[in-house]
Design a binder for this molecule. Sequence first.
Ligand code: DON
Length: 561
Amino acid sequence: MKKYLFFAILAFSTLNAQFTDITIVKEVKVKNKGVVVSAHPLASEAGAKILKMGGNAFDAVVATQYALAVVYPQAGNIGGGGFLVGVKNNGEKFTIDYRETAPRKAFRDMYLDQKGNANTDLSQNGRLAVGIPGSVAGFFATLKYCRLSMEKLIQPAIDLAEKGFEITDKEAELLNANKDFFLIHNKISNAFVKDQNWKAGDILIQKELAETLKLIQKNGQKGFYEGKTADFLVKEMKNGNGIIGLEDLKNYKVAERKALEFDYKGNQIISMPLPSSGGILIAQMLKMSSFENLQQYQQNSTKAVQIMVEAERRAFADRAEYMGDPDFIQDKTAYLISDEYLKSRWKSFSFNKATLSSAVGKIIPQTKESTETTHISVLDKDGNAAAVTTTLNGLYGSKVIVSGAGFFLNNEMDDFSVKPGVPNMFGAVGGEANSIQPNKRMLSSMTPTIVLKNGKPYMIVGTPGGTTIPTSVYQSIVNVIDFKLNANMSVNSPKFHHQWLPETVAFEKNFPETVIQDLEKLGYKVERWGQLGRTEMILIDDGGTVHAVADGRGDDSIAVE
Ligand code: DON
């Protein structure tokens, strides 16, 4: 930690007085140096260390993900999946989809009881909720863009797992809050449960995880998908109602997909295509709000929020109807992001009152809830850019730890539409396009995004937050491009969220109250939420200065090479 300059600079906020809750920010401005922004200082440091060793942005993002699997176990993972969006300094763009897939024994109605009612406890908790993990295969697929060996990229994570690290206040709190769940879902002792409560400064040592990482270091991808680790995982399935078998693991494959690209006011947006809904959603929302010349309004003013909420409403109605794994459904992306379609979609917009969700999509009754995932933005000094969002889905995923191998398993099966109209843990509803089938990928909202200006990286951005991800990324982009905010304000000023269903608009607790009241008068139903997302942004200005911002809402932190 000492050797690498740490710029978790705590500066008193220069933010507008109306956002009084924001008192500290984490921001760096550098030139000709690589930067890594992630949810945890030790993970950012692992990435910066790799840059220092001669690695590029892709090496760094792999090392950071491995480190997050150790130091940020609630979301960092080897037992989950993610997406990488990359732009090389020669202009080449690529994405790697290492989303989990449904096991071959999965079937459409696997979470319905005899009466046909959905049991979302089973899709959200325990062994039946687990999709086949894709992360490790994703790291190996990234290697061809890297300069260093996997042996080197994984070493910082092995050291952190083996020697342990001091946990933060927030981590202690989370581990304590989840202790009962860990005990319900795991009968064998593990690194995350101890008799006393955790407190800040305690050392978390993960010996079993260190051994698993060493197996990957020694045997490559097979160190995870075959042999001892695979055996441990399948045995863990049999400790309960899990259905993942050895064949499932051996046959897991990443998908390299063409990035979703579109122009926004002269900037080129590069984002994740299906099975993430994220790229399509931000394209739809950005284009629809540009029909009203969004830039003429002030950020977070009543009119700006109204336009953006209505764009979100229409985009999310399409998510529920049309989006899913493109290897299984007809891919309607080109139509959904076409100006012609979006103009017709926007016709029902009026400043006079809120549009009813029933007017823009087929309503299916439902409710909502909660958040956890993590995003990494990296830029190296040669101009290569990487954006990765990775997840276990819920906090600590299914809460099941693979005994003997020491890592948490995801609960990603809940991102499928378990039954048409039944909301997942983020309140998202879906239908046939996102129904369960063996080997299919569940629809995601993760939106790792790189914006180019004149062909060069201008912004690298992403966040966790379930269905709030695309709306937060959307807001981060318009905050910079339309409202001309700096990176810090763009990330840390209060956000809002709407997702078609439920009908309510959610506002962060420090959102200007007068705007919320104005919107209520126009017929908007509102809710106050605690926080939205943990956005990690790197912005490169015209003079080449790199502005990196780690979200002030968490332990997020920046490390400079
Ligand atoms: O892929 C998705 O959309 C979700 N599994 C992401 C979950 C998430 O972001 C939770 N985070 N805070």
